[in-house]
Write a protein that binds this ligand. Structure first.
Ligand SMILES: Nc1ncnc2c1ncn2[C@@H]1O[C@H](COP(=O)(O)OP(=O)(O)OP(=O)(O)O)[C@@H](O)[C@H]1O
Ligand SMILES: [Mg+2]
Length: 312
């Protein structure tokens, strides 16, 4: 549904988006994750035909963003970082105005607007001035204007920023609901949000893509091994050297946590190592107090991918 091909965007001599390529399939929710200034908004603005790219190309539903921007715009709904809303218009009037610009036919337009207001939790705000709405409700109006023409693709730049925790939960539900029929790209700084809402994650840093994968695979692949944290009773160094004799084990180390020594065992992800490790501890004549699998959090991966030195 979205094909991005060697896309580059320069502001003067500064490269904000640097030769990125990725694809997003129909019905997928993809999260754009990256620190401030990574190039997320720039990429979204290029994809929505608000900014021309410097090099490369992209296609939305098969239409090229340069050659057929009108066809692209018909198929895209865009929720910008701060939606440009007309503060002195009423919610329903504004949505009707946007719908007419976006070519929603006059017949059935009111029904469509009532439907969208219902979806975005705006039904009881139809007659309110946009300027008098709270930030969360303005964000909902922003979303309503993005989806009013039933686009195939919805691009949302930090859809939950500035919302309170309840509204964030509602917004996530709404995004998942929308994605049942549509393709969604969203950007965020909130890592749990990506894990909860997105099928795949694109980690972007300094204008470059660092990783594209499912949240689950990202957590497994960065380290390439599964880690078990084992607490034993008895001589920890004996446990470390004993466990290290197991074939195929990648690494065994120990770490002091809250005053207790924990043995950390890194194993290949090919089989379930839990029973093998516990049998070994028992064989060494030690007591097994606790054994837990510890996967990297998305937060740790994000940190690892976006702070590593150039060329490493
Ligand atoms: N109009 C512009 N002219 C010059 N530089 C710009 C312009 N817009 C953005 N930039 C620069 O391009 C880089 C990428 O900006 P962009 O807004 O795409 O980042 P972002 O990933 O959306 O960040 P944030 O998380 O803060 O929203 C930044 O270094 C920014 O300063
Ligand atoms: Mg941004």
């Amino acid at each position: 549904m979205i094909e991005v091909d060697h896309l580059t965007k320069q502001y003067g001599s500064f490269t904000a988006v640097d030769d990125i390529s990725f694809e997003v399939g129909k019905g997928e929710i993809v999260g754009f994750l990256g620190p401030n200034g990574a190039g997320k908004t720039t990429t979204m603005r290029v994809l929505t035909c608000f900014l021309p790219a410097s090099e490369g190309t992209a296609r939305i539903a098969g239409f090229d963003i340069f050659d057929e921007p009108l066809e692209v715009k018909k198929r895209i709904g865009y929720l910008p970082e701060s939606p440009p809303l007309y503060r002195d218009m009423h919610v329903q009037t504004y949505l009707d105005f946007v719908a007419s610009i976006k070519g929603v036919p006059k017949t059935g337009r009111t029904d469509r607007i009532v439907e969208v207001m219902g979806q975005c939790g705006l039904s009881d705000r139809a007659g309110q001035l946009i300027g008098q709405l709270s930030k969360g409700y303005r964000q909902r109006v922003g979303l309503a204007q993005a989806i009013v023409h039933k686009p195939d693709v919805i691009i949302m730049d930090e859809p939950t920023s500035g919302l309170d925790p309840n509204q964030i939960i509602e917004m996530r539900g709404l995004i998942r609901e929308l994605a049942k029929e549509r393709t969604v790209i969203l950007s965020t700084h909130i890592l749990p949000e990506v894990e909860m809402t997105c099928d795949r994650v694109i980690i972007i840093n300094n204008g470059k893509i660092e990783a594209v994968d499912t949240p689950e695979n990202l957590t497994a692949n960065v380290r390439g091994t599964a880690r078990f944290a084992v607490r034993v009773s008895g001589d920890v160094s004996k446990a470390v050297s004993g466990l290290a004799t197991l074939p195929d084990i990648a690494d065994v180390s120990s770490e002091i946590r809250d005053g207790e020594t924990v043995v950390l065992v890194d194993c290949p992800t090919d089989r379930d190592w839990g029973p093998i490790l516990s049998a070994k501890v028992v064989e060494l004549g030690m007591g097994l107090l606790e054994m837990r699998r510890e996967d990297l959090s998305l937060e740790e991966i994000f940190h690892a991918l976006t702070t590593r030195e150039e060329g490493v």
